[in-house]
Design a protein around this ligand. Structure first.
Ligand code: ZN
Ligand code: ZN
Length: 432
């Protein structure tokens, strides 16, 4: 029928060729970035009146426009609008681009490479940090036909702010970029803030130099001025009772994975390794015995990086006496730059754990009974991990006798919102 109408119109020669607003395919993107049409400079949009003399036909989608629909009179207006809108959208998207691989952002990949190097399986997922430009554009509802254009307008904040990165080229779709939030998490900017709460100031530069120092002289970290400052801040935190309690009766779980045909672990093997025999973990240097556990049994496979075909032997622990626990995440606001599997079997010294090892050692020396930190392995639910120091069986904690052997299948999910839904509602939002 619409074909017939178009032919009729054409025959009567009252058809005016225009381009409709929908054909920009930018409605979703503008809506997503909360950019109203009046915020755009080159806005030559016309609106179809009720008593239009000529019928309006979009020569891109071949649709006849209804009253109140938006359109451009010519290609020129359309092009100008697109460029202007892309510029504005890119400006918004760029707010999330703090770093890229052209500037300091390359350190993310270097770090992950260093941690994973020589491991049987990835300790940190390759794609844990950063986002591909292509993903960023897809999440921002950018349509295919403007991708090359919008790439010209995207900028990295670090690159544009510093002289040494001035010759930055345009982004490509498979470039990786990082947010300021990721950067802060990653390099311990949170440690700087934490110390500041106790009137102790550490600059980011000092912290970096401390990390280098830790690599060479981990045992005398307290000799370094930043090591001392971190210790003092933790001490002040303890004195101010800025910790939380693990109260009696709280139930925690701990597990170890093994291949199905290997013998089941006994209680002794499931307890923390004796002093001198433990490998380096997130909060303990080699030799220091720490009991790692978590508050949700179903989260154990994520923490152990259990693979298909493995079984986990799980023990349950009940807290007996109140334990003073340093809350890593509230102190450092989700500081997770050094996250990894707690029950590492690898013997090599992990450079990336040196800072958390140091924090763990300080906490233990100061009198905390342990550290609490968010579990991030299972994206579908929240759980807490604990690293407990100097635990004596059946004293501060009570061990339940039963050992449970469990099969788990670990699934990773990734959901994405559907694009271009409710075009009409979005237009209404953009125009009013
Ligand atoms: Zn159209
Ligand atoms: Zn950059």
């Amino acid at each position: 029928l619409s074909h017939l109408i178009k032919r009729l119109f054409r025959e009567r020669d009252v058809l005016k060729a225009i381009i409709c607003f929908k054909c920009t395919e930018l409605i979703g993107a503008l809506h997503h970035q909360q950019i109203k049409l009046e915020q755009l400079e080159a806005n030559d949009l016309k609106i179809v009146g009720y008593k239009e003399r000529d019928a309006l036909l979009c020569h891109k989608c071949n649709e006849i426009l209804r009253p109140k629909e938006l359109y451009f009179e010519n290609q020129n207006d359309y092009d100008r609008f697109i460029q202007n809108a892309l510029c504005k959208i890119a400006e918004k998207i760029s707010e999330d681009i703090g770093y890229c691989d052209n500037c300091d952002g390359y350190q993310f990949q270097r770090h992950i490479h260093n941690v994973n190097h020589g491991e049987e399986q990835e300790l940190i997922r390759e794609d844990k940090y950063g986002t591909y430009i292509a993903e960023l554009l897809e999440d921002s509802c950018i349509p295919e036909h403007v991708i090359d254009d919008i790439l010209k307008y995207l900028v990295c904040k670090k690159c544009s702010a510093s002289e040494s990165y001035k010759e930055a080229r345009n982004f490509e779709q498979w470039d990786r970029v990082y947010s300021d939030f990721e950067w802060d998490n990653f390099w311990g900017g949170r440690i700087v803030k934490f110390a500041d709460n106790y009137d102790i100031s550490i600059s980011e530069y000092e912290l970096r130099s401390f990390q280098e120092y830790l690599l060479k002289r981990p045992m005398i970290a307290l000799k370094h001025n930043v090591g001392e400052k971190i210790f003092d801040a933790l001490q002040k935190c303890f004195d101010a009772q800025d910790f939380c309690y693990l109260k009696p009766e709280v139930v925690l779980h701990r597990g170890r994975s093994r291949y199905r045909d290997n013998p089941k672990y006994n209680l002794e093997k499931l307890w923390c390794p004796p002093t001198g025999l433990s490998s380096q973990g997130r909060y303990n240097a080699i030799g220091v015995s720490v009991l790692y556990c978590c508050d949700k049994k179903d989260a154990i496979p994520y923490e152990l990086h259990t693979t298909q075909g493995q079984v986990i032997d799980v023990i349950t622990i009940k807290v007996n006496k109140s334990l003073k626990v340093f809350d890593m995440d509230s102190a450092f606001e989700s500081f997770e730059g050094f996250i990894s599997a707690p029950n590492l079997e690898s013997k090599a010294v992990k450079q990336e754990y040196l800072l958390t090892n140091f924090i763990g050692a300080c906490c233990e020396a100061i009198g905390f009974n342990g550290i609490k930190y968010n579990g991030v392995g299972d994206s579908n639910s929240e759980y807490m991990n604990y690293a407990l120091f100097n635990m004596k069986m059946n004293e501060q904690i009570i061990l339940q006798d039963r050992i449970e052997s469990v099969n788990y299948s670990v699934a990773y999910k990734n959901s994405r919102a559907s694009l271009y839904e409710n075009v009409d509602t979005k237009i209404r939002w953009l125009t009013t």
